[in-house]
Design a binder for this molecule. Structure first.
Ligand code: HEC
Length: 490
């Protein structure tokens, strides 16, 4: 064993885990007396690659390639961890758990996942097309059509008016009306915003009874009073007044705004999606704004899913009422950056959210539950050091995801397939990824994971995925800025 690459954990730097004091890490280490790897890639290269290959291709010491779609499946997370911890003595692989702590063992699993995705992409893993250019999916064939190709700038969210016109938010701070694929108007009189890193104009949600009440719900980065370099997610509703070619935002009402002292200059993790439950409430999400320990603070807006009455008042049966700050509105906590939120056809609420590096999550969002950030995560740190293990410790009451993306897909955009265009996908979740440039179809039953199929890859960064009124699956892309849709094909 090459001790030079090891350091006692007290010396390890955890760039995305400042809340874990060096002292507490050192303590957990001295309890177990085990070492923590200082650099994940280097530890793999120096200890594992002579048998498994620098890229996981195998061949040394009787190993097989790790680069197979079967072994990429999440069901192998625990068996991989166990193999590394306990070794495969009869095959000559030592038990790394004798010298390494569990975080280090887990970090090897994350590293192998990164090698696998790179290797499998290089082998051509992606949705399959046939000679006619149609995608041949597991349950449906489909084709991808351009819908809007001009006039968008970092489109963030898409929704429809009952007459078929589409509303699209552009992150820099505009909302446009789209008719027959053409941007026909920019809505005037919308609130001022600030494009602070990932912030700006975000979600748009047309009330299910729009024809009766005319309400449109909207979330955006609200600039701090008197300052243009700090902001926080705010949720409002308003109406559109059309006259001739113009559209104007009127009757605006504020539904959620946090205290000014919670506004910060951080450019990350604003959330935010808005969902109706059909029972008079909305749910929406705010990310932890880079202040990860605040995701555990019920009084602060960071890292929460919220529930309000549709008029913005706080429901009396919310779980954390009366604790001060924003607690009256909190539904669940311990989230990192939920940029996908949807109510399934079975009435379950789902979110997708980012982890740092490896371990973006699909969670069933349940009243009062803790989703664990930053206490428990599948990830490693961006700087290639271990973060933790994805198993709650005894006494930690944390709800774990039913699916995790490893490596991260940078989860953004989530919907459920409705309508009749894709009968064999009906009720399945469709989940986008920015960095992953992907859309996955995920089937759940009774809240449990059933299957996953990648249905879009490599067309651009996916910011929103929405089933249209026609039942087609619309995808808002960035780089290039456009909207495409998946349409069933023979
Ligand atoms: C002396 C050679 C050798 C070294 C060094 C070695 N392994 Fe292995 N490993 C094997 C063999 C042989 C197997 C069983 C055959 C196989 O799965 O390819 C195995 C199995 C595994 C498996 C289970 C694979 C599966 O398909 O289920 C994982 C994961 C793994 N090793 C990871 C590692 C990691 C991480 C390291 C370094 C910390 C490491 N191994 C070091 C030889 C080695």
């Amino acid at each position: 064993m090459k001790w030079m690459i090891w350091a006692m954990a007290a010396g390890a730097v955890a760039c995305s885990a400042p809340q874990l004091s060096q002292g507490s890490q050192a303590k957990s280490e001295s309890e177990s007396g085990k070492m923590q790897v200082r650099n994940v890639t280097q530890a793999y290269n120096e200890n594992c690659s002579n048998c498994h290959g620098v890229n996981g291709e195998g061949g040394g010491g009787g190993t097989k390639s790790l680069l197979t779609e079967d072994k990429f499946d999440q069901k192998w997370d625990k068996p991989f961890f166990d193999a590394i911890k306990n070794g495969v003595p009869e095959m000559g692989m030592e038990a790394y758990g004798e010298g390494w702590d569990d975080k280090s063992i887990w970090s090897m699993v994350v590293h192998i996942r990164e090698l696998q995705l790179r290797g499998l992409r290089a082998q051509g893993m992606r949705p399959k097309t046939n000679a006619a250019g149609l995608y041949e999916g597991q349950r449906h064939n489909y084709k991808v059509e351009d819908v809007v190709t001009a006039g968008l700038r970092t489109p963030w969210a898409v929704d429809w008016l009952p007459d078929g016109r589409m509303l699209v938010t552009n992150r820099p701070g505009s909302m446009v009306v789209v008719k027959d694929g053409q941007v026909v108007a920019t809505v005037e009189g919308m609130p001022r915003t600030i494009e602070l890193g990932q912030g700006g104009y975000m979600d748009i949600a047309v009330h299910p009874k729009y024809s009766e009440n005319g309400w449109i719900y909207f979330s955006f980065t609200d600039p701090a009073e008197g300052a243009n370099n700090r902001g926080l997610t705010k949720v409002v509703r308003g109406k559109l007044r059309f006259s001739g070619a113009t559209a104007r935002w009127v009757n605006e009402e504020t539904l959620f705004v946090s205290a000014q002292e919670n506004y910060t200059g951080a450019g990350v993790h604003f959330g935010s999606r808005i969902v109706f439950d059909g029972k008079g409430h909305i749910f929406f999400s705010i990310g932890e704004r880079g202040q990860q320990d605040l995701a555990q603070d019920l009084t602060r807006p960071n890292g929460k899913v919220f529930r309000l009455n549709e008029d913005g008042t706080r429901p009396t049966d919310n779980p954390f009422r009366g604790r001060g700050g924003d607690s009256d509105a909190v539904w669940s906590y311990g989230h990192r950056n939920p940029q996908g939120l949807v109510m399934g056809l079975d009435g379950r609420l789902w979110d997708t959210e980012h982890a740092p590096r490896g371990g973006d999550e699909l969670n069933e969002v349940v009243k009062g539950e803790n989703y664990g950030w930053p206490l428990v995560s599948f990830c490693i740190n961006y700087n290639d050091t271990p973060f933790g293990t994805p198993w709650p410790a005894a006494g930690q009451n944390i709800r774990m995801p039913i699916y995790r993306w490893m490596p991260s897909n940078a989860a953004c955009g989530l919907d459920v397939v409705r309508g009749n265009a894709f009968p064999n996908w009906r009720g399945d979740l469709v989940a986008g990824g920015l960095a992953g440039q992907s859309v996955d179809r995920i089937r759940t039953r009774e809240g449990k994971f059933v299957e996953r199929e990648e249905i879009v890859f490599g067309m651009g960064r996916v910011r929103d995925v929405v089933t249209g009124p026609d039942g087609y699956v619309y995808v808002a892309l960035n780089q290039p800025d456009k909207i495409v849709r998946l349409v069933p094909a023979p």
